[in-house]
Write a protein that binds this ligand. Structure first.
Ligand code: DOR
Length: 314
């Protein structure tokens, strides 16, 4: 029987599956349920300095091939998640998880949020979300290479705990090169590729209207639509980043085969957003079974035997 054990930043997890931040991770109750599910680990909802209601509803809609959302970072505030994280790491030291941190105001709030975590008792992993596409009037930080460089420089000047960044999808080889050059200057533990594909538009065929209210219907696209883009980002960054920077693969994981493809591209952990929202926590048991069946059929004993080993035709 093969194993799905996944090693990620010094810890071995039962399997590589996690939720993607934003899905099933707003409250302590949801987070505890995730921790007790078949997922290998979990991540909290991206926290901003203050609690936020987020954008007006409807703001998340499932569609045939995925989802569109413009949640606008609704969350219970950094103190809430920090408090949860500190208690959880004390009560379950053998079950590490990831705390997601964002910013609503921009640059200075990112820095202030990281400073608060630095000064807290939380010592675990942080995922710094540089890629929320849904705050009206605020660009996605990681599309601005200079600002990202400046932000990471400022954070690394005081921050000594392990963290990684959640990236938006890139679509040009030059942009893969540029973001990798920025990130390689820093002792980041991981990057997470990808956040939703920002500012898509979905139209209802009965009403001829958009389906979500914020921003005139523009929202982040997830699910089946995004898998090729997600795989390309995992692969391209794996090829360019320092080997010490691990990759979390997120985007279009609906089946064990999708998970397997992310691993072939070099992902160490895998996050599931849209499909978790559609299917509920049972998705993790199904995905682990499907992925195990693939390893068995191909004669692999562990993920390490094929991770990153995507074949090419030249
Ligand atoms: O698609 C997303 N929606 N990505 C994020 O990073 C944040 C979230 C939201 O709250 O809008």
């Amino acid at each position: 029987m093969p194993t799905l054990q996944a090693t990620f930043y010094g810890h071995t997890y039962d399997n590589p599956f996690m939720n993607a931040s934003g899905v099933h991770c707003m409250t302590m109750t949801e987070l505890d349920a995730l921790a007790d599910s078949a997922a290998g680990s979990f991540v909290t909802k991206s926290a901003t300095a203050e609690a936020r209601e987020g954008n007006p509803e409807p703001r998340y809609v499932n569609v045939d091939l995925g989802s569109i959302n413009s949640m606008g970072l609704p969350n219970l505030g950094l103190d809430y998640y920090l408090d949860y994280a500190i208690k959880r790491q004390a009560s379950h030291p053998d079950q590490p998880f990831v705390m997601s941190v964002a910013s609503y105001q921009g640059f200075d709030e990112y820095v202030a949020n990281m400073r608060k975590i630095q000064e807290s008792d939380y010592t675990g992993l942080v995922e710094l979300n540089l890629s929320c596409p849904n705050v009206p009037g605020k660009p996605q930080m990681a599309y601005d290479f200079e600002d990202t460089d400046r932000l990471l420089t400022e954070i690394f000047a005081f921050y000594t705990k392990p963290f990684g960044v959640k990236l938006p999808p890139y679509f040009d080889i030059m942009h893969f090169d540029k973001i990798a050059a920025v990130l390689n200057q820093f002792d980041l533990k991981f990057v997470n590729c990808i956040n939703s594909i920002g500012n898509g538009l979905y139209i209802d065929e009965v009403t001829d209207t958009v389906v979500i209210k914020p921003k005139g219907g523009f929202g982040g696209i997830g699910g089946e639509y995004v898998k090729p883009t997600a795989l390309a980002n995992v692969r391209a960054l794996k090829q360019r980043l320092n080997p010490s920077i691990e990759i979390i693969g997120t985007g279009g994981i609906l089946t064990g085969r999708d998970a397997y493809e992310h691993l072939l591209c070099g992902a160490s952990m895998l996050q599931v957003g849209t499909q978790l929202e559609k299917e509920g926590l049972g998705v993790f048991e199904r995905l682990t079974k499907e992925l195990l069946a693939i390893l068995e059929a191909k004669g692999y004993a562990s993920i390490a035997e094929f991770k990153g080993m995507l074949g090419t035709l030249d």
